[in-house]
Design a protein around this ligand. Sequence first.
Ligand code: HEM
Length: 206
Amino acid sequence: MGLTGLFLITFLVVHAGINACIWFNDGGKTFAFYAHFMGTNFIVHFMEAGLFAGLILHIVDGLLLWKQNRDARPVKYSYSNPAANSKWYSRSMGILGSLILLFLIIHLKDFWALNRLNQITTGEERNLFAMMQEEFSELPVVIIYCAGCFALFWHLLHGFKSAFQSLGLNNVKYNRAIEIAGRAFSIIVPLIFALMPISFYFHLVH
Ligand code: HEM
């Protein structure tokens, strides 16, 4: 869980970084430069396969962990007060992850699938900047994307520090720093993502 989680976190940083180029307000030129590299480079395509494998592994691992926990206690506690020692979002990782998966299916259909299909059939890439402009001119789409980012925020809030714990990288000395870095990351990255559809909707990007 921890390893695949950190791998996906790395992808989020790269994805957010490239997409943030939209705010250069140069008609998507800088963004297109990096998106073109990511969309056509052979090594990146190889990594893309790794990304999807990582995502599936992360989901399968999560389901196995959930089953393991369930089987470990077939008889329920007669009294249980989980709120005493864990947060709701720590206990809802499956639901939050499923919401993110739902968002991802919509998101990949919106951009990635259309772009790759175009590349296969015509050999040409789609203009992803223009696609974003069009997609994010509709309020329901903007709301769905913001909701996806909100689910990602809660998922990361538990996931970031848990990854360090699962991998045994936590240490009394560094726990506070990991906690603070985790919180900062969980807020900043989903916020950057959410600001993208919002910026397009309000024509702050051109
Ligand atoms: C909310 C703002 C976001 C925008 C505007 C956005 C935009 C895009 C665009 C334009 C592509 C197409 C790249 C291509 O076809 O080469 C893409 C691909 C992708 N996005 Fe996003 N994205 C956003 C958020 C997210 C989030 C939050 C996640 C993950 C939780 C995510 C996961 C992915 C994945 C897995 C791909 C396919 C990667 C690949 O090409 O290998 N995106 N995104």
